[in-house]
Design a protein around this ligand. Structure first.
Ligand code: G3P
Ligand code: CA
Length: 261
């Protein structure tokens, strides 16, 4: 059995509010190999870690993330909605409730003092959609993370459902590994062949369940496969049997325990 890398989806987001610093630090404490994070642009061009286009589900704000400035978003509470936000003996502090900027996440990952894989997903569309990849690559260059070496402790991979976004990353930073995320199988995709030199496929667990031949075909063609979002024990068994390279989960501790790690 291939032992997959374990990536914490939006942090340890089953237990703590997604995309908060507390959720990411918990995942690192639990021993996750890597972290998954979605990024969007604010109205004034800052990269922030928020999944939804709108603020309503994960904060006490309303409307589009892209319609607000960073300062406006910093004033919101991104944690109290989550039932686990104050759970256990972990004292509630701003790491559970404050907006996470990509800069703060990169600072935290670099300060972790141990190897971390970071999967950054660019979200679309917004009025500033095309700018997301450009600003992301500029920031990664500033942090020295745009040309990852095999021995670098922090290694970034960029993901998107949008083939155009993946192509933009490959044009802007050819050394950055990319993942093409797949919710369904697009008609243009030849099984096993990924576009633009991408070597990692990211199918959803629903697609893997529906298409048992997908993972073997992708791997036989020389690709790696990272599957999201694998939270249920039966799904974990399915992807382990299929021999995947990375598992993206809201529950890193439980996943690592199953792997005996
Ligand atoms: O890791 C990929 C996965 O996060 C894609 O779906 O909606 O959770 O961003 P979503
Ligand atoms: Ca994501």
């Amino acid at each position: 059995m291939t032992i997959p890398l374990v990536f914490a989806h939006r942090g340890a987001s089953y237990d703590l509010p997604e995309h908060t610093l507390a959720a990411y630090l918990r995942a690192l404490d639990e021993g996750a190999d890597g972290l998954e994070c979605d990024v969007r642009l604010t109205r004034d061009g800052h990269l922030v870690c928020v999944h939804d286009r709108r603020l309503d589900r994960t904060s006490n704000g309303h409307g589009l993330v892209s319609a607000r400035t960073l300062a406006e978003l910093e004033a919101l509470d991104f944690g109290s909605w989550h039932p686990g936000g104050v759970a256990g003996d972990e004292p509630l502090d701003e790491s559970h409730t404050r907006l996470l900027t990509l800069e703060r996440l990169l600072d935290a990952v670099l300060a972790a003092g141990r190897p971390v894989r970071l999967l950054i997903e660019t979200k679309h569309p917004s009025r500033y959609g095309r700018d997301v990849e450009r600003r992301l690559v500029t920031m990664l260059r500033r942090y020295g993370l745009a040309e990852p070496g095999p021995d670098d402790p922090v290694r970034v991979t960029v993901m998107s459902f949008s083939p155009l976004a993946v192509r933009r990353i490959r044009d802007l930073a050819p050394a950055l590994p990319t993942v093409l995320l797949l919710e369904v199988l697009p008609r243009w995709l030849r099984l096993g062949r990924l576009p633009f030199g991408t070597r990692i496929a990211g199918p959803g667990i629903g697609l893997v369940r529906a298409r048992p031949q997908l993972v073997p075909a992708l791997r036989a063609a020389g690709n790696q496969v990272y599957v999201w979002t694998v939270n249920e024990p039966a799904d974990l068994e399915l992807v382990l049997a299929a021999g995947i390279d990375g598992v993206i989960t809201d529950r890193p501790a439980r996943t690592l325990a199953r792997l005996g790690r």
